[in-house]
Design a protein around this ligand. Structure first.
Ligand SMILES: C[S@@+](CC[C@H](N)C(=O)[O-])C[C@H]1O[C@@H](n2cnc3c(N)ncnc32)[C@H](O)[C@@H]1O
Length: 225
């Protein structure tokens, strides 16, 4: 838990459908990984940029992006089993070869990873709006360092939230880390998900932030393709 004892989620049981449960039993061997890969080429059988989405929920954005972007490989990380089951069903139906799932807490699963991913997306992480719960927020200094370490030089960190207070904290935390430079979001963008739609329906603004992982010499940074 990157030094923290407090988790960024609460696991709720009993919300799995029969189809989702069966999908986990029958499809995990095909699309699931026991842990994050430190060398994605061994998993996908090719050398391609690898994108990590943390907390993919029901996987709407993950599936949309992986479908539209077959030249890159996608790893989705989640702790929410109904969401994992839901995505497995879709993966089997669409027969997508460039997606794998990992069931794990991101703060634990990413520890020790170095220069693996070309992009890491954290879209609508739980905002934990009450002040006494802020310690549960995923985007914290220690976790941002872990993300910086896991990204390849010039890799992209893409964050999105509809909570203005959390947005401010995200910006401050990433900038203060010294490991990133603000950059326009890549053309592949962020496909709409339930949380984005819900925010818009409620009249809340969604903020996207993209950052380039700096190389040791900031002068040497090139824009990401
Ligand atoms: C508010 S939902 C957003 C889901 C999705 N990104 C979307 O836009 O629809 C946040 C998700 O992050 C997951 N999550 C929270 N903390 C996590 C962690 N430490 N590791 C992996 N997933 C986490 C939750 O289970 C939940 O599905």
């Amino acid at each position: 838990m990157d030094g923290r004892q407090v988790r960024s989620y609460v696991l709720r049981s009993g919300r799995m459908t029969g189809a989702q449960r069966r999908a986990i039993d029958e499809l995990w061997a095909r699309f699931g990984l026991a842990r994050l890969p430190d060398d994605p080429t061994t998993v996908f059988g090719r050398r391609a940029p690898c994108v990590l989405e943390i907390g993919f929920g029901n996987g709407e954005a993950l599936l949309a992006r992986a479908t539209a972007d077959p030249a890159r490989d996608y790893v989705g990380l989640e702790v929410y089993r109904p969401g994992i089951g839901h995505v497995l069903l879709n993966l089997a139906q669409q027969s997508l070869p460039n997606v794998r799932l990992v069931e794990a807490d991101a703060a634990e699963a990413l520890r020790g990873f170095s220069a693996v991913f070309s992009e890491i997306c954290v879209w609508f992480p739980d905002p934990w709006p009450k002040k006494r719960h802020h310690k549960r927020r995923l985007i914290q200094p220690g976790f941002v360092s872990t993300l910086a370490q896991a990204l390849r030089p010039n890799g992209i960190l893409h964050l999105a939230t509809d909570d203005p207070g959390y947005a401010e904290v995200m910006r401050e935390t990433v900038v203060t880390s010294g490991a990133f430079l603000s950059t326009p979001c890549p053309g592949t963008g962020r496909p709409e998900s339930r949380f984005g739609r819900r925010a818009r329906a409620a009249g809340r603004c969604v903020e996207d932030f993209c950052y380039l992982r700096l190389q040791q010499d900031p002068q040497a940074v090139e824009p990401h393709p």
